[in-house]
Design a protein around this ligand. Structure first.
Ligand code: ATP
Ligand code: MG
Length: 363
């Protein structure tokens, strides 16, 4: 008896996406089912190219087919991805599938470093990525991407001037540091900073993006409010060091996103500078800022802990030389890669909840 498409789909209904807790057929993740004699082929469309569960899902599909049709059938599975979004109906930037705010509370804990490395790791997985440097008074993204001497071009579109973002390492970038020399940015007034961010969101040609990361300034400033008032934000990532004072500030940062008026989901906490490791003694870990502050912050607030990044001299050097650490394929690169995968997973879980983030109204 010839195998039918329905029988193949029935078999695949036994495979669950471990994160979304539904079967792949119900989730619409199975496409192009084809049967030729004893050869079965289909495509699994993952929710992110950075999916760490790719091989597990593939194996489970193979097993489900074998369970139903025996080992004589030949299975050919193509794995692709289509990043999910809750922003398709957004009035501004509907082609940007996910807008992710990277925030901290305390300054200097590594928001910009984490943003740069997450961006590169996501892009290397195959995602389309952009970064907005929302730190108008202290932009660091141009240096971290080695583009501080580049200037974006402008184009006219429907009588409006649009900025074309700079591209580096396959990532689209926009920062005030690309428009004005750094020493000028300092004297900007608050409202001007807000309008700069609105321009980066509204008057910049981002095109289609899977992830647009927003590197926020420290604290809970007007810029944070401008962001959530201008676009629906998919979620926020809180960066902290394990140190007590950093945790206290991070808790405030986290609480800001969760205020009922703002209501941006917190995707998780990243613990940066979790421990110091000398490069020549990679097995030695020194917990100079204390231990597990980030894990506890996440637990206390009932949000995921996304991962820890050690304090390593090469991470600082990579930032200063404009070549993000994750490009180097060493141990620290691996830490950022895993972090990017964990974040991409949390974004997919958040999107599956189908709850929209609303733009914050000013009263
Ligand atoms: N894991 C790390 N290991 C080594 N150095 C790091 C690490 N993370 C960040 N740094 C360094 O610490 C300094 C502060 O990092 P970064 O600029 O990313 O922090 P920030 O939170 O964006 O700061 P700000 O609040 O000023 O925007 C930089 O010099 C950076 O290179
Ligand atoms: Mg910064």
């Amino acid at each position: 008896m010839a195998i039918t498409k329905e029988q193949v789909l029935k078999a695949l209904r036994n495979v669950e996406d471990p994160d979304l807790k539904k079967d792949l057929v119900t989730l619409g993740m199975i496409e192009d089912v084809a049967i030729e004699g004893n050869k079965i082929s289909f495509t699994v469309v993952l929710t992110t190219p950075a999916c760490p569960l790719k091989e597990l899902i593939r194996n489970n599909c193979e097993k489900a087919i074998e369970d139903d049709f025996g080992s004589e059938v030949e299975v050919n599975i193509r794995m692709t991805s289509n990043v999910t979004s809750i922003r398709n109906d957004a009035p501004l930037l509907p082609d940007v599938k996910n807008i992710i705010a990277i925030a901290s509370g305390k300054g200097g804990v590594g928001k910009s470093t984490v943003t740069a490395n997450l961006a590169v790791a996501l892009a290397r997985s195959g995602a389309k990525v952009g970064v907005i440097d929302a730190d108008i008074f202290g932009p660091s993204i141009p240096v971290m991407f080695n583009v501080e001497h580049e200037q974006p071009h402008m184009v006219q579109e429907n009588g409006k001037n649009m900025i074309i973002p700079i591209e580096q390492y396959g990532i689209k970038l926009m920062s005030i540091g690309l428009l004005t020399p750094a020493e000028h940015a300092i004297v900007w007034r608050g409202p001007m900073a807000g309008s700069a961010l609105r321009q980066f969101l509204g008057d910049t040609k981002w095109g289609e993006l899977d992830y647009l990361l927003i590197d926020l300034p420290p604290g809970t400033s007007d810029i944070h409010l401008t962001l959530v008032q201008t676009v629906p934000v998919t979620g926020a990532v809180i960066v902290t060091t394990p140190q007590k004072v950093a945790i206290a500030d991070a808790a405030k940062g986290l609480a800001m996103f969760r205020q009922p008026q703002i209501n941006v989901p917190v995707l998780g906490v990243v613990e940066n500078m979790a421990y110091f490791t000398p490069e020549e003694l990679p097995d030695n870990k020194y917990y100079i800022f204390g231990r597990e502050g980030g894990v506890k912050l996440a637990e206390k607030n009932g949000v995921p802990f996304l991962g820890e990044i050690p304090l390593v001299q090469s991470i600082r050097e990579s930032g200063d030389s404009g070549y993000p650490a994750v490009l180097k394929d060493d141990v620290t690169a691996e830490a950022f890669k895993v972090l990017a995968e964990t974040l991409a997973r949390q974004i997919a879980i958040r999107n599956a909840s189908a709850q929209q983030t609303k733009v914050v109204e000013v009263n």
